[in-house]
Design a protein around this ligand. Structure first.
Ligand SMILES: Cc1cc2nc3c(=O)[nH]c(=O)nc-3n(C[C@H](O)[C@H](O)[C@H](O)COP(=O)(O)OP(=O)(O)OC[C@H]3O[C@@H](n4cnc5c(N)ncnc54)[C@H](O)[C@@H]3O)c2cc1C
Length: 433
């Protein structure tokens, strides 16, 4: 079935209503272009989704934060409307021997944060080096940092060692902290991405919207005219300017933007692409994570707004957070939401992982943690596309005449990258179509 032609101009069809597709749609709509967004899932957001349980817990599909100084986010998102709630800058680090060290503002005030009490994290020269990198990243724009070094194939670990940091601070601070952001404790992620993320933590805050991360894509979708977003509409093929849904419906477009994740793009694009224009194939290697949520009784003590990181290489709980201490609406009254992230392959069933995590949590928080009710587990095998050393920070977004792609897999694994790619494609379409 072909959708009937009308006298209206054909829309730009955007396939995928994740952050990249929504950004592209917003910029095109602002410029007065008709847009149709086709989304396979039952809501917008892609990897930025929040489920609300019958008890009233808000569960982000994987622990995730927004960094407030991402330039693309500052450009597009209305922060006030999201009622953003900030984590405290810093972390509680649990060392391999079970002792804990609290670091307040380690990147914003390194000399104060890494005091004598925290000498087990690193040496004095290590702390001075953090100060030096803080000064260094202040001298660059975000764009300059992310596009640096992508040709010299330096991993984050190479960068840290070359900079002179001790293995002690690499293992006790950089691996748990940045390995948690990259979902990669080996720190084989490209060094330019490390510098970009380091700068973001120095200059900005880590926040969540009061009602969950999905509020961010929902805000972008709400700015589009009614009928622009079609949910539950998986696209099966793209042939020229004809987009065919899995239902069999075919829709004609003025231009097509494939804004799906890298996995789906690898299925959709070969039939649609001018191979000559795509110099770098979409990477199909992913960083995985598992997020397990528990409910704890509300705490009478002060809200705990610090992330807890595990420096032990053998623990399953890599980081633990209390999102409802930061954004109270994440849990119903009298309860507290506990989020536990486990990276990589754990090889356990859900029940097995839950039991192991309860044991670890009891060691961290006391025996009562062993009885915290389990709420839900999210296995996320496709959480972040790998971003290895040497990969360019921007791959080709223009794939052929009137055919484009956007998404984090064509850049680097971040909300900022997804939004940037969506904007850049919109700008190309406004010039070329
Ligand atoms: C657990 C986790 C933690 C993260 N933490 C952070 C963080 O702290 N900070 C940060 O900046 N980034 C973080 N990220 C990364 C960030 O969420 C992503 O980079 C970003 O959301 C990617 O957006 P996207 O639009 O490129 O892709 P996606 O969000 O994957 O969107 C693609 C969309 O295409 C749709 N689609 C797929 N196939 C079809 C089809 N055939 N037809 C129609 N639609 C289709 C999908 O349903 C989806 O909605 C995290 C991600 C995860 C999963």
């Amino acid at each position: 079935m072909m959708t009937t032609a009308s006298s209206d101009p054909l829309p730009t069809i955007i396939i995928g209503a994740g952050m990249a597709g929504l950004a592209c749609a917003n910029y095109l709509h602002r410029a007065g272009r008709p847009v149709l967004l086709l989304e396979a899932a039952d809501a917008v957001g892609g990897r930025v989704r929040t489920d609300v349980t019958p008890e009233g817990f808000h569960l982000d599909r994987g622990f995730q934060v927004l960094l407030t100084r991402y330039p693309e986010v500052e450009r597009l998102i209305d922060y006030g409307a999201l009622d953003l709630k900030a984590f405290n800058s810093g972390a509680v680090i649990r060392l391999p021997d079970g002792k804990e060290t609290t670091l307040q503002n380690p990147l914003q005030r390194p000399m104060a944060a890494f005091s004598a009490l925290t000498s087990r994290i690193g040496t004095l020269p290590d702390k001075l080096r953090i100060l030096s990198l803080v000064k260094h990243v202040h001298g660059y724009t975000t764009g300059q940092l992310i596009s640096r070094n992508s040709t010299n194939r330096q991993t984050t670990l190479d960068f840290l060692r070359h900079y002179g940091w001790s293995e002690q601070i690499i293992d006790n601070f950089f691996r748990p902290f940045f390995g948690g952001v990259f979902l990669d404790r080996s720190l084989s992620t490209a060094a330019n991405f490390f510098e970009f993320v380091f700068q973001q933590f120095v200059i900005g805050e880590a926040v969540v919207p009061a009602l969950g991360m999905q509020q961010i894509p929902e805000q972008l979708a709400a700015r589009l005219p009614a009928g622009t977003v079609r949910l539950n509409s998986p696209v099966a093929t793209v042939e020229g300017l004809t987009v065919r849904l899995a239902s069999g419906e075919a829709i004609e477009a003025a231009a097509v933007v494939v804004a799906v994740d890298g996995e789906a793009a690898a299925r959709l694009l070969p039939k649609a692409t001018d191979e000559a224009l795509v110099s770098t194939p979409a990477p199909l290697r992913w960083r995985r994570t598992t997020c397990t949520y528990f409910a704890a009784p509300a705490s009478a003590s002060r809200p705990d707004k610090l992330l807890r990181l595990n420096a032990s290489p053998t623990g399953l709980a890599h980081n633990v957070a209390f999102p409802s201490d930061v954004a109270p609406a994440y849990a119903p009254a009298g309860q507290r939401l506990v989020s536990v992230s486990t990276h990589g392959e754990h090889g356990l069933s859900e029940a097995g992982l839950t039991a192991e995590l309860r044991r670890e949590l009891a060691a961290w928080f006391g025996p009562e943690a062993a009885g915290w009710p389990h709420l839900r587990t999210y296995e996320l095998p496709f959480a972040l596309p790998e971003y290895p050393a040497g990969q360019p920070a921007r791959q080709s977004l223009r794939l052929g005449a009137h055919l484009y792609r956007c998404g984090d897999y064509a850049a680097y694994p971040s909300l900022n990258a997804a939004l940037a790619a969506g904007r850049e494609v919109a700008e190309m379409i406004l010039i070329e179509n």
